[in-house]
Write a protein that binds this ligand. Structure first.
Ligand SMILES: Nc1ncnc2c1ncn2[C@@H]1O[C@H](COP(=O)(O)OP(=O)(O)OP(=O)(O)O)[C@@H](O)[C@H]1O
Length: 314
């Protein structure tokens, strides 16, 4: 493991904002720290960056304890929600900025080549001379990402990098961010409150709530076996029953006498096709994709079973 947090506690004025947090991140992988507002995600990221002192525990990188290593000596890069570009500098100059700092200076041609390569990587090949004020929000975040990657950080820390963007753009950019990080081979820790973004970007998930990391592991493992009902809800599961968590729409009409009995409440059109609404006493309303099957009339008794594709076991 490259990054290891072991029993990390961070407190503000004696009140813990992160308690006994442990997690691991292998080299070249992307970890999404997922949690609701105020749960302690940013505190975790700040502790890794060296921006907050630890009240307890250790953060190690490649086996070395980072206690006492100041922020600028960790070899990490940070990127925030509002990219924080320099408005008076061109896109190219923004990306080149970290390459021109004392100690990092290189030949002008080398800087120019590196900037061109980074702009290609983030899909902004023709944007070198534009000013940040002329870019869309998504383009600005791509520039910020290119700048954060400029110095080949040992670890990239991203704090809600897409939160300021609207939903559709966020979805598209999340996939791009993953591609860019994988292509650059970057080890990254991303903080987000958006479960879709976490799934789209990450190899690993850490679920945070009430100042604690309640579960962490590969996306496949965490997704298939949330530790408890709250974890399942955090992961976007819509229904929890009998130790199982089921995603919205992950139901089928049962061919036989198995499953839950409910009542048809009519068809709803969704972005992924028509779905039958079924009201099940004690569980609520479920959505059953019809996949071409005729819809039972409103009020008809129907039986439904979960689609194994959308089920996790707590
Ligand atoms: N500098 C600070 N001084 C005092 N309390 C703080 C400070 N920073 C954060 N906190 C508190 O610590 C808790 C966790 O904050 P944190 O920013 O880590 O949450 P978060 O999960 O990142 O939330 P959000 O998604 O809203 O940014 C909150 O209760 C917050 O009010």
């Amino acid at each position: 493991m490259t990054l290891v947090l072991d029993g990390v506690t961070v407190a503000y004025d004696g009140v813990p904002a992160l308690r006994d947090a442990s997690l691991e991140l292998p080299r070249g992988e992307v970890l999404a720290v997922l949690g609701p507002s105020g749960s302690g995600k940013s505190t975790l990221l700040r502790a890794v960056a060296g921006l907050e002192p630890l009240a307890a525990g250790t953060v190690t990188f490649d086996g070395a304890d980072l206690a006492g290593v100041p922020v600028h000596r960790r070899g990490f890069a940070l990127m925030f929600q509002d990219g924080q570009l320099f408005g008076h500098l061109s896109v190219a100059r923004n990306v080149a900025y970290p390459l021109r700092l004392p100690g990092r200076r290189r030949a002008r041609a080398a800087t120019r080549a590196r900037v061109a390569e980074l702009l290609e990587l983030v899909g902004l090949g023709g944007y070198a001379d534009r000013l940040p004020g002329t870019l869309s929000g998504g383009e600005r975040q791509r520039v910020a990402l290119a700048r954060a990657l400029a110095c080949d950080p040992r670890l990239l820390l991203l704090d809600e990098p897409l939160s300021a963007l609207d939903r559709g753009l966020r979805e598209r950019l999340a996939g791009d961010v993953r591609r860019i990080l994988v292509e650059a081979g970057t080890t990254a820790l991303l903080v987000t409150h958006d479960v879709d973004e976490a799934y789209a970007v990450a190899d690993r998930l850490a679920l945070v709530r009430d100042a604690a990391v309640v579960q962490s592991g590969t996306v496949a493992v965490v997704d298939a076996a949330p530790v408890d009902e709250r974890a399942a809800r955090q992961l976007g599961y819509a229904h929890v029953l009998d130790g199982r968590a089921v995603r919205r729409g992950a139901w089928r009409l049962a061919p036989g006498p198995d499953g839950l009995e409910g009542e048809s409440a009519g068809v709803v059109r969704t972005g992924v096709g028509p779905r039958l609404r079924v009201v099940v006493a004690g569980t609520g309303e479920l959505e059953v994709p019809l996949a071409g099957a005729p819809a039972p009339p409103v009020g008809a008794r129907v039986r439904v079973v979960p689609d194994p594709e959308g089920v996790a076991y707590l």
